[in-house]
Write a protein that binds this ligand. Sequence first.
Ligand code: SF4
Length: 238
Amino acid sequence: MQSLPDIRGFIKNTLIEWDGLISSEVFLPGCNFRCPYCHSYELFTKPDELDAVSWDDVCKYLDEKKGWVDGLVLCGGEPFMSRGILNCLEMLKNRGIKVKIDTNGYFPEELRKAIARQLVAYIAMDIKAPLNALEYSRVTGVNNVDILKLVESINLIKKSGIDYEFRTTVCPVYINKKNVVEIAKSIEGAKKYSLQQFNPKNCYSTSLRGIKPYLKEEIYEMKKLVAPYVESCMVKGV
Ligand code: SF4
């Protein structure tokens, strides 16, 4: 039997992870980044202590709720670094389950295969910072980020013909107006760009837990600034 990734979290129904759809969501352990504002950090700090869920149980649930739950969101951590991720996407496709994948864009080879085999219906890629190694290291908490991998993923997604969005978490410590404009320019012409409100609650870095998020008006001001570069821009979480 082909190996499938471990699951370390399962939300049966959510309305906020796939715009316009009711979806289920599974969490896959492990991540190559260490973003200080991460809320899923237990997936890389202590994955073995989290409750495991089997793919059989997830698929059984989705079969039972067919026609009511529209699809499954795979997130992490970073799903594309999980061993067996492509087998898993293939298995879900064969069972008629529509999949959205959330990725940080650092695994373009797996992404390329998933796109070529039409294994996903929606891709959401985080763009954490302007595309230069220094800025990216600051926001992701790791050294020597290979920006070319991110650029490759961006280009693959834009040309894929698959529905997608790029998104940036606007944490005031790391991202300002100038940064979001720089990011928007680097994805110019993209179908959709989302600005995600920062949530200080239970961040990986305890030093961010007291940081005040941007005001709603400030994020909408950012939205105005990035709008000329993308087809549509959304604000989320405010
Ligand atoms: S890429 Fe996502 S899962 Fe990984 S550390 Fe950053 S926010 Fe957390």
